[in-house]
Structure formats: structure tokens, C-alpha cells
Design a protein around this ligand. Structure first.
Ligand code: KMH
Ligand code: ZN
Length: 273
């Protein structure tokens, strides 16, 4: 089995300081949290930017500061969000792509997102995919429900997406696909050939689905964006604590953890480092 790629989603757009006082917000806080996660076994950092007041932003200069602060501290695959926060315009969401990160997320469809709707119009999604190709950015295809994987398969046939793809199954968003073993296994059966995939289980599913993904040969995303708890009623002390636990489980299951350089090779990332 391939080594395990751990993605650390350290901030997200929705979690607040009130929910977790250790949520990294400023570029320096995000860079420190990232370095800790890399030391614990992460090879990709999934980045969201925040304003000083904690509100989400897709401001290019804020991303530039975050990326510079992270690169000063450690080697890691930088993956920016193009999902941003619910309600942001496509133009806002595209802003960090011009910084030529190694990776970026590409949401593959519209989904109810708790009380909101996370809008991803097909023509905007195609625009995002094209812009990533122009900037040499490897997309991570965000799959919130099974129809989005059907769309990815259709796009591969049409040539809108080309080559091996990396998928993220985000399971457990209220309005999206359930965070169950059956859902994850079904999605795995629908993957195009030569894909890699990771799972982002929301809430307590982060641990359970992450462990299942290790066994199934997938990869794992952990971090405060998706889950702030270590166990029931106990907040995680840091993002790195969640990374360290999944790395430990992987090694216990006799699956080694990939370094950033090894992950680049596995994902076919050749530029933009
Ligand atoms: N904040 C969510 C609405 C991504 O990063 O690409 C979208 C999201 C997905 O977090
Ligand atoms: Zn995100």
C-alpha cells in the first residue's frame, strides 16, 4: 500500500474562536500550526484565510502572507481553498490561485451546507478548473455528495479534467452525503482509474472514517476545519494532536506516513513549490 498522505485543514472558514480558542487565525498562527502538523506527519496543508477579526476572506494578499509565513517555517504542500465561505462570489474565491500554490480545492457541485447553500454553478466550476490548469495548480476535487463524483467522471470523458485526479470525500456536512462506512466504500467504487483520494469526515467521523481510509488505501484529512474535538466532550489541544493521532493509527496498521516530497511524487505534483 502507498504511504499515507495526511492533510491538515487547520482553520477553515466556519469555526470560530469562541468554539475553540486555539483556532489559528493570523498568518503567523496558521504558519505555527502548520509547522506543528508537519512535524506530526502532515504533508499537505489546506489553507483558508481570515481577517484580523476572524471573519473569512479570500483576499490574495492575506493568502500571500500566510503562504510566505508557512514556507519560512517548513516544507509542506500548500493547498489553498477556492471554496472560501458560503456566499462569496466566484471571483473572490479564485483570488489565491494567481499566487500559484501547488494545489487548490475544486468543489464539484452545489450542496446544502447546514442552514446555507454552498453554490457551485457548473459554468463557474469549469472556470475554476480552467484557471487552475492555466496556473499549473493541481486540483483536489471536493466531493460532498455522490453526484459530484459522477460529474467528475463526465468531465474526464469530456476533457475538462485531464489525467490522474485527487479526490476529497467530505462526508457528514448537514445537507451532504452521510459520514458512514457504506458511503465511503460506495464512493471508492465510483472513482476513475488511477485516482488518489482522501476523506474528510466531519465531527466525530473524522477519526472513524480516517481510520477506515487508512485500511482502504485512501488518505486522510484532519484538523479544526472539520472537527475540533479529540473525543466526546473534550476539545483537541491543537491541530497537530489530531494529525499525530491519525499518523499513530496508520503506523499501528503498518502503513507508513508520507513526507511532503513523497506526497508530491504520489500526487504527480511537479511545479509551483
Ligand atoms: N467553507 C466551505 C463553504 C473548500 O475549502 O474548498 C467550503 C470549503 C471547501 O471549505
Ligand atoms: Zn476548506
Amino acid at each position: 500500500m502507498q504511504k499515507l498522505i495526511i492533510t491538515a485543514a487547520v482553520t477553515g472558514a466556519e469555526v470560530t474562536h469562541e468554539q475553540h480558542s486555539a483556532l489559528p487565525i493570523s498568518p503567523d498562527e496558521i504558519a505555527i500550526a502548520t509547522e506543528e502538523c508537519v512535524k506530526a506527519g502532515a504533508s499537505i496543508v489546506h489553507l483558508h484565510a481570515r481577517n484580523a477579526d476572524g471573519s473569512p476572506t479570500q483576499d490574495r494578499e492575506t493568502y500571500r502572507e500566510i503562504i510566505a509565513a508557512v514556507r519560512k517555517r517548513c516544507d509542506v504542500i500548500i493547498q489553498v481553498s477556492t471554496g472560501g465561505a458560503v456566499g462569496m462570489t466566484p471571483i473572490e474565491r479564485l483570488a489565491p490561485l494567481s499566487l500559484a500554490p501547488e494545489m487548490a480545492t475544486l468543489s464539484m457541485g452545489t450542496v446544502n451546507f447546514g442552514a446555507d447553500v454552498f453554490m457551485n454553478h457548473p459554468s463557474d466550476m469549469e472556470d475554476f478548473a480552467r484557471t487552475m490548469q492555466e496556473h499549473g495548480v493541481k486540483p483536489e476535487l471536493e466531493i460532498f455528495d455522490s453526484g459530484m463524483l459522477t460529474t467528475a467522471n463526465r468531465w474526464l470523458k469530456k476533457g475538462i479534467l485531464k489525467g490522474s485526479q485527487h479526490f476529497d470525500f467530505v462526508l457528514g456536512i448537514p445537507g451532504g452525503m452521510a459520514a458512514t462506512a457504506e458511503a465511503l466504500i460506495y464512493l471508492k467504487t465510483q472513482l476513475p482509474a488511477n485516482s488518489t483520494w482522501t476523506v474528510a469526515g466531519i465531527g466525530s467521523a473524522q477519526l472513524q472514517l480516517g481510520t477506515l481510509a487508512i485500511i482502504l488505501g485512501g488518505h486522510v484529512r484532519v484538523g479544526f476545519e472539520d472537527n475540533i474535538y479529540y473525543r466526546k466532550n473534550e476539545l483537541a489541544s491543537s491541530n497537530a494532536q489530531l494529525v499525530a493521532r491519525i499518523a499513530k493509527i496508520s503506523r499501528l496498521l503498518e502503513r507508513e506516513v508520507a513526507t511532503p516530497s513523497e506526497a508530491r511524487v504520489m500526487l504527480g505534483i511537479t511545479g509551483n513549490a
